[in-house]
Design a protein around this ligand. Structure first.
Ligand SMILES: NC(=O)c1ccc[n+]([C@@H]2O[C@H](COP(=O)([O-])OP(=O)(O)OC[C@H]3O[C@@H](n4cnc5c(N)ncnc54)[C@H](OP(=O)(O)O)[C@@H]3O)[C@@H](O)[C@H]2O)c1
Length: 245
């Protein structure tokens, strides 16, 4: 199946920011979307936004660090819509801090969300994709996967892991599956600086407000990869504001 219309697309981190914008964008183009995130109210609002515009969407409370939650997300797609064409692994946390602050819970959360969370998605979707003999993984990394800037060490390391896992998966995926890495630069979302200490958060928000691109830029990049003909695999997209060094 080529294009976006009619595809069944599951997205994690769909309750705000890039995930929300991507869900809305894909649903407006005829995708049936299955949305996962932890905040039920925000998720319900995204589902309402899509369905009120005539789109098809369902939301599930999902914590990507929990293996069984990803199995529920992909299972819901198959049960409700009969298949799963794309899994967009987008859930993320940008609780950035210098090492000396020893915010080890935040380090753990970034590893659990970006690395374990991605692996949980692969574990849940790969058997479905193999059975169908088609499927597409779209993994959201960051420009931090290409260039580490202090104090983003842990964040950049986990996003570099997303990049490496995507390439490893691509090499093993064979002729039927597609794997795309999408790496955004500064994007205007509520997640920038969230969970970071007050000084770092203020600096990140200042930079965001100065140079960020809208989340729709990332949604378009993801849609571009998905809409290519089935035998065309867009490997990597880096999308950033022209103002970002
Ligand atoms: N904004 C940027 O400048 C930028 C740049 C490069 C890359 N990115 C990446 O883009 C992705 C989306 O971020 P964003 O900017 O759109 O920020 P955001 O608005 O904060 O979105 C993050 C999403 O991830 C979800 N999430 C976080 N932890 C989760 C978990 N354990 N299980 C399930 N969902 C979880 C959040 O929902 P709940 O809290 O409801 O669970 C939310 O929907 C992230 O991977 C981020 O690293 C962002």
């Amino acid at each position: 199946m080529s294009g976006i219309n009619g595809k069944v697309i599951a997205l994690t981190g769909a309750s705000s920011g890039i995930g929300e914008e991507t869900a809305v964008h894909l649903a407006a183009r005829g995708a049936r979307v299955v949305l996962g995130a932890r905040r039920k109210e925000r998720l319900d609002a995204v589902v309402e936004r899509i369905t009120s515009q005539g789109g098809e969407a369902v939301g599930l409370v999902v914590d990507v660090t929990r293996r069984e939650d990803l199995a529920r997300l992909t299972g819901e797609a198959v049960e409700r819509f009969g298949r799963l064409d794309v899994l967009v692994s987008n859930a993320g946390t940008m609780a950035i801090s210098p090492f000396d602050e020893l915010r080890q819970d935040d380090w753990d959360a970034m590893v659990a969300t970006h690395v374990t969370g991605l692996l949980n998605g692969i574990g849940a979707a790969l058997p479905v994709f193999r059975r169908q003999r088609s499927g597409h993984f779209v993994n959201v990394a960051s420009t931090a996967a290409y260039l580490v800037k202090s104090p983003q060490g842990v964040y950049a390391a986990t996003k570099t892991a997303v990049k490496i896992l995507s390439e490893g998966l691509r090499q093993e995926s064979g002729p039927d599956l597609r794997v795309t890495l999408v790496s955004p630069g500064f994007t205007d979302t509520e997640g920038v600086g969230k969970g970071a200490g007050p000084e770092i958060a203020a600096e990140l928000v200042r930079q965001r407000d100065e140079i960020a691109m809208p989340p729709s830029a990332v949604a378009s990049a993801i849609a571009y990869a998905i809409e290519q003909p089935a035998h065309v695999d867009v490997g990597e997209i880096v999308v950033r504001s022209t103002a970002q060094a």
